[in-house]
Design a protein around this ligand. Structure first.
Ligand code: TRP
Length: 338
């Protein structure tokens, strides 16, 4: 007999990770974490701090430990709600390293050698081209495939890693049946790439030697305003979004995201005014926007018990979900059940 009942729709799953290698910048915030927060309404979201990935380059242990906790607190401070979303720390969930090993055995030396991030990082850390740096994408594939996400929001620099994840998953499925869901990249509706304030042709980066190039989301309001006042622009005078005006374009992008104003509205607001006024306005708007985040962060760091409770619960739930996938994989490849 026909039934009219439809299956309840499964909420689509989003998953992403971020490395705990320094306080996030305004670029990380605008390009990633702000969207992660917004996605919580529509999707089932799973976010984690990728500390396993961090040790592919040498880390100071005490510093890594502190930065991992801070990165976790920052996620919550930016509005990731641990009740709504899964928020955990990668090394707390042992299935990641376990699936990574299996996937490494289904990933070819040749394809890992072609990863541009591997080539860049091995040139940069020539004294420590370790096997983990090389097999990094297999761990990232494990992070993703364990949770069967529909979408993975990643920046341009991680796109190739998502592609290899899909390749590995398809290869595995071809051998063993439908084990993994093939994830898609999530492209935000308003994609904004934030550039360095000191050199607006380069992406804003927390590893920039010039601290005036980036805004850390925990910078004090005075520091933020000061850095914006020093932002490199051009020798014209008009606040307008135009080819070749990289510095002004970058400031307009930031101001537009933070205030929700369109480029035309911004051009009008500053017509007849100089760059000085504009830079101050951008600095003040950013400082105001980040103020509650910094305050939340300070409050959370005073309450380590709460943070611990959140990341423990997160890890437990992550383990539950990911274990199902890992068990299936173990069975498929022929490990004897224990
Ligand atoms: N490699 C990512 C980065 O450096 C972080 C990351 C690790 C990640 N595992 C992931 C991102 C899984 C998305 C999905 O930015």
């Amino acid at each position: 007999m026909e039934t009219t009942a439809t299956k309840p729709e499964r909420k689509k799953v989003i998953l992403s990770g971020i490395q705990p290698t320094g306080v996030f910048t305004l670029g990380n915030y605008i390009g990633a974490i702000r969207n992660w927060k917004a996605l919580q309404e529509e999707y089932l979201c799973e976010y984690f701090i990728a500390d396993l990935h961090a040790i592919t380059v040498r880390q100071d242990p005490a510093k890594l430990r502190r930065q991992t906790l801070e990165a976790y607190a920052l996620l919550l401070a930016c509005g990731i709600d641990p009740e709504k979303s899964l928020a955990f720390i990668q090394s707390h969930v042992h299935t990641h390293a376990e699936l990574a090993w299996v996937l490494e055995c289904y990933t070819q030396f040749g394809e890992l050698s072609r990863m541009t991030q591997f080539k860049d990082k091995s040139a940069k850390h020539a004294d420590n081209v370790n096997a983990g740096l090389f097999s990094y994408p297999a761990l990232m594939a494990a992070d993703i495939l364990l949770y069967k996400p529909d979408f993975v929001p990643v920046g341009a620099d991680q796109k190739q890693h998502l592609e290899i994840t899909r390749d590995i998953a398809i290869r595995f499925n071809n051998l063993y049946g439908n084990v993994f869901r093939i994830p898609d990249a999530y492209i935000p509706k308003t994609g904004a790439r934030v550039m360095s304030l000191a050199d607006p042709t380069k992406k804003m980066s927390k590893s920039d030697e010039n601290v005036n190039g980036f805004i850390s989301i925990l910078d004090k309001p005075e520091t933020i305003v000061k850095k914006f006042k020093r932002a490199v622009t051009d020798s014209e005078m008009e606040v307008a979004y135009r080819e070749g005006k990289d510095g002004i374009n970058n400031l307009m992008t930031i101001y537009s995201v933070i205030t929700d104003k369109s480029f035309e509205e911004i051009e009008q607001e500053f017509s007849g005014k100089g760059y000085g006024d504009f830079k101050t306005a951008v600095g003040e708007a950013v400082a105001e926007h980040l103020r509650p985040i910094r305050e939340n962060f300070d409050r959370l760091m005073q309450d380590k018990g709460y943070l611990e409770q959140c990341y423990k619960t997160g890890a437990e739930r992550a383990l539950q979900i990911s274990s199902r996938t890992l068990e299936k994989v173990y069975k498929k490849v022929g490990f004897l059940a224990n």
